[in-house]
Design a protein around this ligand. Structure first.
Ligand SMILES: [Zn+2]
Length: 173
């Protein structure tokens, strides 16, 4: 996908508003990291976060996180269509992420133990889907497609059913 300079700045601003890591925004938009950091300070009044970018396997570390990541991935797949298996579509990612936030905040309410995924994690998941590191598995019990990786920290089973304390069998698409 080719963007004009103005579009790149607009996308960078949208991603900064959602607190995506500067190094990733730079790789997506090509906008200078120094410009991105000062934009971040201007918008949030703080320095942007730094440090290691997580892998999808690490994001899938607990059942609630697995559930949240799967909800995001399902929305991203629905919006981005089968193209997401070949390319990371940043516009679809933004739409899916915002929907995920909207839905999950309503579901989670004030539960301090469950959090929506953040925009950096959303990008990592979308990237890993596009290169086949993260993939969808079908649950024959609740009929959803949930997200999984070979190195996930949770056992390979449906997060929804597991959270309901059932024992589903795995079936990979
Ligand atoms: Zn299930």
């Amino acid at each position: 996908m080719k963007f004009t300079h103005l579009q790149k700045l607009q996308i960078a601003t949208e991603l900064i508003q959602r607190k995506m890591r500067v190094s990733i925004i730079h790789s997506i938009t090509g906008v200078n990291p120094k410009t991105l950091r000062s934009l971040h300070r201007e918008i949030h009044g703080t320095r942007p976060a730094s440090g290691q970018i997580p892998t999808t396997g690490r994001i899938l570390s607990t059942r609630p996180k697995h559930g949240m990541a799967s909800v995001f991935a399902a929305l991203y797949r629905s919006i981005g269509t089968a193209e997401i298996f070949n390319t990371l579509n940043i516009c679809s990612l933004l739409r899916a992420y915002d929907l995920h936030l909207e839905l999950s905040c309503g579901i989670i309410g004030n539960n301090p133990n469950v959090h929506p995924i953040n925009i950096t994690q959303a990008w990592v998941i979308a990237r890993d889907i596009s290169i086949g590191v993260a993939y969808f598995c079908y649950c024959q019990y609740c009929h959803i497609h949930y997200l999984l990786t070979d190195d996930a920290h949770v056992p390979p089973a449906c997060p929804i059913c597991t959270l309901r304390k059932q024992e589903p069998k795995l079936s990979i698409m």
